[in-house]
Design a protein around this ligand. Sequence first.
Ligand SMILES: [Zn+2]
Length: 291
Amino acid sequence: MIFKLSDLQRIARKQKYAIPHVLGGNLEMTYGAIRAAEALQSPIAIGVAPEVFASIPMEISFPMILNIASRAQVPVAVQLEHGKSYEQIAKAIKLGVNSVMFDGSALPYNENITQTKKIAEMAHAFGVCVEAELGYVGGSALRTPAPGPAGYKTDPDLIPDFIAKTGVDGLAISFGNVHGPYQGKPEIDLALVEKVASLTDVPLVMHGGSGLPDSIYGKIVAAGISNIHFYSAVAMHAWGELKRKIGEDDQYPPYHEVVAHSLKFFEDKTKRLIKLLGSKGKAGDFEKTSS
Ligand SMILES: [Zn+2]
């Protein structure tokens, strides 16, 4: 069942857990994650970010992801995350995606508002929900990230103005979280999350959920985050297990067996994330509200 991400996030916020959000650029990543969600009866979000499009264009990935999601026995949201432009987001919507993110976080504040508002108006006309980003979550899951500005935290004083002017359905905030595996001692600002959550009913999203101690996820959710993005944690697990598996095999394996192993590794790791975010067993919380 396909749901809009904002519908999943709103219920998660009310029930105090977070929707796990994993990258789904290819079949193994997508199907593995959805199998995990089905096994644990959890809602889940599958995202694709533009950095994947160089190897798998969205015209190929989104129809595949939407097909698997529509057959799932649990609520699945499919999102274009970190959409870079009006045109790119319009293209995803044309492909049937009903949850999008516009990432204007590197833009000056007023320009972020102008572009986000324009995209939200277009997306809403098609019944599509929109997430924006305020503050800047730095880092990258890429092996050699392009040099970019370091992250800076969301300014809570801007929240009411930004939400009122853009009309977004979800907001990614920056509170010490970083894309890619966390380097060094985590400095997650839970007080900032609480402050932002007290200022708006719009669900709040954490990007860069990988590499933190297990004990912190419950606290992040309790502070007011309703959706947490993971990529590096899942990819690193799958890569490590795949190397181990291939090392055990002295024969050249049939390729579909390699894919089957990858599927299982993505599934196993996603199950762990579901348990960490408290969404296990919550699939029944949702009535079908969109397709
Ligand atoms: Zn992100």
